[in-house]
Design a protein around this ligand. Structure first.
Ligand code: CA
Length: 239
């Protein structure tokens, strides 16, 4: 699954260890609005794939209106959650399926974002990256209170345990608005990238000249480091 649109680069790779790719991503261009999203499915037997598809479809089909984007993002995510719960109620074999959902909408001079799970948004500004989202994982609490370092967390056995997702009993999305500055670059990615690359590595690659160069190098580095999980990323230059 590869999609390339001028000004934005996105790719999803199964990685080297997983049988299925349960990540999905979206690059949707409407007049004056760009909608980007990454979803990473959880719940075995291919059910995670279904959940990730529902999330992406919700962002693909939602009628985003421009001025009401912040509320639209919440509504799109609520729709996805309702649909996943509906599927689980219809078929008990799907119990436990869910997905992360991380979306950024570019409208005028702002980025509107919403986030559930452990996919991430990074902003590269003046050659420095900043992680915009906070992971919704159990070990994030240990990071917050200082009992784990970021390096320890990246390889921690519980690093994949989400304390909320789309389809989980718990869902309290984080959201925010960023004012775009000239030269900003945005990265959305699944944890298949961040489990292998530190923020310093991501920063040094993300600031490469072209988004394609940066995107390909990030993906290939994650694969070279083992490709233990599905790897998905979107890189977008903001003007
Ligand atoms: Ca993953």
């Amino acid at each position: 699954m590869i999609k390339k649109i001028i000004g934005v680069w996105g790719e999803s790779h199964k990685g080297h260890k997983r049988k299925l790719n349960e990540d999905r991503f979206l690059i949707r261009e409407l007049p004056g609005i760009t909608i980007l999203a990454v979803a990473d499915g959880v719940g075995g037997n291919g059910n995670g794939e279904k959940a990730a598809e529902i999330v992406i479809d919700a962002f693909q089909t939602y009628k985003f209106s421009g001025e009401g984007i912040k509320d639209d993002l919440s509504a799109a995510l609520e729709n996805a959650a309702k649909r996943i719960h509906h599927e689980i109620n219809k078929n008990s074999n799907l119990a436990g399926m869910g997905a992360t959902a991380t979306s950024a909408i570019l409208y005028k001079d702002k980025i509107f974002w919403i986030h559930v799970g452990d996919s991430r948004i990074y902003l590269l500004r003046r050659k420095k990256i900043k992680q915009i989202t906070t992971d919704h994982t159990f070990i994030q609490d240990f990071l917050d209170d200082g009992s784990l370092t970021i390096e320890q967390a990246r390889t921690h056995p519980l690093r994949n345990m989400l304390d909320q997702c789309v389809g989980c009993d718990e869902m309290e999305p984080d959201s925010g608005i960023i004012h775009i500055k000239k030269g900003d670059r945005l990265l959305l990615c699944s944890d298949g990238l961040t489990m292998h690359l530190s923020d310093i590595q991501i920063e040094s690659i993300l600031k490469m000249n072209s988004i394609q160069e940066a995107g390909e190098k990030l993906l290939n580095t994650a694969l070279k480091m083992g490709g233990a999980d599905n790897v998905t990323l979107i890189v977008k230059d903001l003007y």
